[in-house]
Design a binder for this molecule. Sequence first.
Ligand code: MN3
Length: 384
Amino acid sequence: MKKITILGSTGSIGVNALNVVDDQRDDFNVIGLSAYKNSKLLVEQVKKYEPEFVSVVDREAARRVEQELLTFGVKILKGREGLLELSSYGNVDLMLNALVGSSGMEPTINAIRSKVDVALSNKESLVMAGSIITNLADKTDVKIYPVDSEHSAIWQCLVGEDTKEINKIILTGSGGPFRELPIEKFNTITLDRALNHPNWEMGKKITIDSATMMNKGLEVIEAQWLFDMPTEKIKIVIHPQSIIHSMVEFKDKSIKAQLGLPDMKIPIQYALTYPSHCETDWDELDLTEIQSLTFEKPDFIKFPCMRLAFDVLNTGGTAPAVLNVANEQAVYRFLNQEINFNEIPSIIEMACEKHDFVSEPSLDDILNIEKWSTDFVKSYHSKS
Ligand code: MN3
C-alpha cells in the first residue's frame, strides 16, 4: 500500500486524485489531506478516507473543521504553518502537490527535504524555484512525477529512451477560448468569456492562464526543469482538439506522441501508479469519432504572455519567479474585475523590467521577490 498525502484535496486536481484512489482503493492509504478553506468538502473527505492529518490554511475554516471533527481521531494543522508542517511529514511514500500558485513552492521543497517523492501538479513550484528544486531532488534522490497532462505525455514518451537522443520537445496547447478572436477585439474580453475553456474543466486561475496562454508559457519553463532541456529545444504547437497531449522528437526525426481524451484523471493516475498503467472503466478515445486532428503555429503577438515566458527563461535567475507571481496577482485582480484582460501581460512585463535581478537566487531571494512582485501588482492602478 502506498502512503500518500494530497495537498489541495478540495480543488479540481485533488478531487480527481481521490476519484483515482477510489478506483484503486487497495493500493493507497491516504495519510494527509489539505484544503485552503472548503471546510465542507474537506470534512466529507476526512470521514471517507480517515487520514491521520489535515491542514486547513484559512483560520475560520479550520475552526469549522475542528468543530465538525471533534470526535474524529484526526490531527488538524492550521494556517500556512500547518500546511508547511504537513508537507514536511516524512512518513509517506508520495505527496501529490495540487496547490494553486506560488504558495505551492515551499511545500514541494519541504517534501523533497523529507525525502518524499512528489507528484507535481503545482507547476508554479518549478517556475519559481526550478534550479533549487531539481538540485535538491538530485541530492536527496527524490523523484518528481509530472501531473500536468503535457509533461505526463512527454514523460510517457520517454520511457525506455535515452534523453540525450531527444531533438526537441513539442508541447501542445488547445489555444484557449480566444484562439480565433481577432487581436482588435481583445479589449472586449469579459471575465465570463475568459472563464469558459473549450476542452478542459479546471480551477479559475489555470483557466485564465489558458485564456492568456500564460499557462503554456509556464509549461515551457516547467518542461525545461523536468526534462533538463535547453529553451531552444522546447516548441509549442497549437492543437485545438486536445487529443495529443504532447510529443517528443528524437535525433532521427522520429516523433512519439501520447494521446487520450482530455481527462486529468489519466495523468494523475499515472503519476500515482507509475510505472503501471492500471485498469480503469473510463471512456475510450475513439479516433474515428474525432476524425481530424489539426495543428497551428502559436501566435506570440496575440498572446504576449507566451513570449514573456520564453524571455524570462532566457534571462534566468529571479526573472521566472517574478513572471509567475506577477501573473498570479494580475489574474486575481482580473478575477476581481479590477483590471482588464489586456493589462495582464503589460503588468507582468513591467514587473519583470523593474525588479532587482538576482542571477543565482537562494530560497530567501525568491521569497523576497515574491513579496516584492505581489506588492508591485497590488499597487498598480488600472487604466480602464
Ligand atoms: Mn497542462
